[in-house]
Design a protein around this ligand. Structure first.
Ligand SMILES: [Zn+2]
Length: 239
């Protein structure tokens, strides 16, 4: 899917009549708060749609906007301005929470690109609700053997605990598995950043973008799977 930037919509300031971009929060001429226009989180912050982002700059912008949009400042303004400040403050908080987190931001931008990861998560949680576990998720093929081995160890650990005994060797194995999963998560974060850079720098190459997006989806699914394994191992390691 090709994402075409929407033709920049214009907004006439209700107070001074100047023309502004539709997404601005304040009139460039008179500084008055402008109506809330539904916008994605990137354009709310005036950012391009990109995966990589300067978190420190975003944070600074968030605090500035947060102060300037604060409903207390509009206590004596018109009812309309009060309403806009409430709406914009609420969107600002959601946008900040989503864009500051690398994984949430990745999923959000993928969803703007028309790629939904919810199917996978929903299936996982439906299964979890039905069986009390998420083990029936599809195992990434390169993890099959590892997962098979791990599940046997987890089962042994449960039996050992149920029998009131601890098995030091088993515990060491599970601790090693835990460390291994932590490492894999770390590596996947680095891989994800590489994919961001690849996507961000291929604005003129739709094929590269498509491939990169697919890799991101695969990476996020695999990551979700490893996180579930990690949770099971941590559960089993609890004294
Ligand atoms: Zn104005």
């Amino acid at each position: 899917m090709i994402v075409i930037a929407e033709p920049s919509k214009k907004l006439i300031c209700w107070s001074c009549g100047s023309e502004n971009d539709a997404e601005v929060q304040f009139c460039a001429n008179c500084g008055k708060l402008q109506p809330y226009m539904p916008a994605d989180y990137f354009s709310f912050f005036g950012l391009p749609r990109q995966f990589a982002l300067d978190r420190a700059a975003l944070e600074k912008q968030f605090y500035q906007l947060s102060r300037k949009l604060h409903p207390d400042l509009y206590a004596r303004a018109s009812a309309q301005e009060q309403q806009w400040s409430l709406e914009k403050s609420s969107v600002l908080n959601d946008a900040w929470r989503t864009l500051r987190e690398p994984l949430a931001r990745t999923e959000y931008l993928l969803s703007l690109l028309g790629i939904r990861l919810e199917e996978q998560s929903r299936n996982a949680s439906d299964r979890a609700a039905a069986s009390g576990t998420v083990k029936q998720q599809v195992v990434p093929s390169d993890l099959l053997e590892e997962v098979f081995e791990l599940n046997m160890q987890l089962e042994e650990m449960r039996m050992a605990k149920a029998g009131g005994a601890d098995d030091p060797e088993l515990r060491r194995n599970l601790e090693a598995a835990r460390e291994n999963f932590y490492q894999q998560l770390k590596v996947s974060e680095q891989d994800l950043q590489r994919l961001w850079a690849e996507w961000d720098s291929s604005a003129d190459n739709e094929a590269t973008r498509q491939t990169t997006q697919e890799k991101m989806v695969g990476l996020l699914n695999r990551r979700g799977y490893i996180r579930n394994l990690l949770r099971d191992v941590e559960e089993a390691l609890k004294a």
